[in-house]
Design a protein around this ligand. Sequence first.
Ligand SMILES: [Mg+2]
Length: 377
Amino acid sequence: MKATAFPKYAKYITHGPKGHIDIDSFFISVEMRDRPELTKVPCATYDSRRGTPITSANYLAKSLGIDSAMRVEDARKICPDLWLVEERPEEYKKVSDKFFTIIKRRAGDRVELYSADEAFVDLSKHSYEKAADWTRELIKELEDELRVPISGSVAPTKWLNKMMTNYVKPHGFDVLKSEADVKLFYPLKVEKFHGIKEKTGKKLRKFDIETIGDIANAPLTTLTAACRKTFGKMLYYRMRGDKYSSYLPWDYMVIPWYVEIPATTIGNTIKIEFQYPEHIKGRIRVLCSKVSKRMEEGRYDGRTLTLGMRFEEDGNLKWVEKSKSLPAPRYFHEKEMLELLALKDLFDKIYIPKKRVGRVGLRVSNLVRGWSQLRLL
Ligand SMILES: [Mg+2]
């Protein structure tokens, strides 16, 4: 992925300090602000109406092993005293709006809105010292105004920003002045690498890669063998910093808030074993759950869903697909929504009885990032 592939966005690449600001445990922090009794107990937000998993947990709950995205039943098993608090999306939206108003007031165009409670600021015109002072002051103003705890960092790339902010949380702030400082994270387990989830962690362990330091020392061939090829390359380049910056343009870009985030897609394909419609539909349900999970993890929402099938006949392969678009990006991070569209709207338009299906694929395009978390679009 070279920067030249994104000429439109290449102008947002900067080499120099970037600030990162992130509200700690966003939803539950707003609840603790409004209900002080919650600060003394392990607590978490969820949406009982939709039966969602936990959406945010306080640090007391986290210290007991509770994690956001954990199922409520599982969380209750680990921590029977956990206080569950009903989500108040309208309130979080208010806090989020105010958060960005304050940041924009100080930083103008130089802000990238990353999610409902997170932003990056291009501070490349400043020294690292000045950038650190500037970010600290901003955090202080935000905390005074919003009365929720905020963490942040200053670093040369957005990825290092994310790593550093997570490292100092809760309510922390620190500075990384050079990409070589990535060594700070070497002793951490691979799952602490921003972007690596449990599944990839397992794959890397099969190659004796346990820590971030092990990733840094692994040859490119090992990393691409352990993970998807592009992902393996990304791991390799990230550990080598600026020298490979053209392969990781996003790490260096601070895309102003008024610029639309480039359209990307999230999708998967899956093999079909048996040739009856219920089996194929079952496989599509599996895809819906995989795609919705990736959407949720990346805090994406989308507008267009495409279902594809590969028909196989006398050695001929033919890929057929149909799409369905909604008027606005909405609820595509929800498995039920994907299933509804894929199985009720699209399946019958593609599926031909008695024709052999070898593979099905599902992808969401016209993505937007950030606001899905609030489900208020
Ligand atoms: Mg946050």
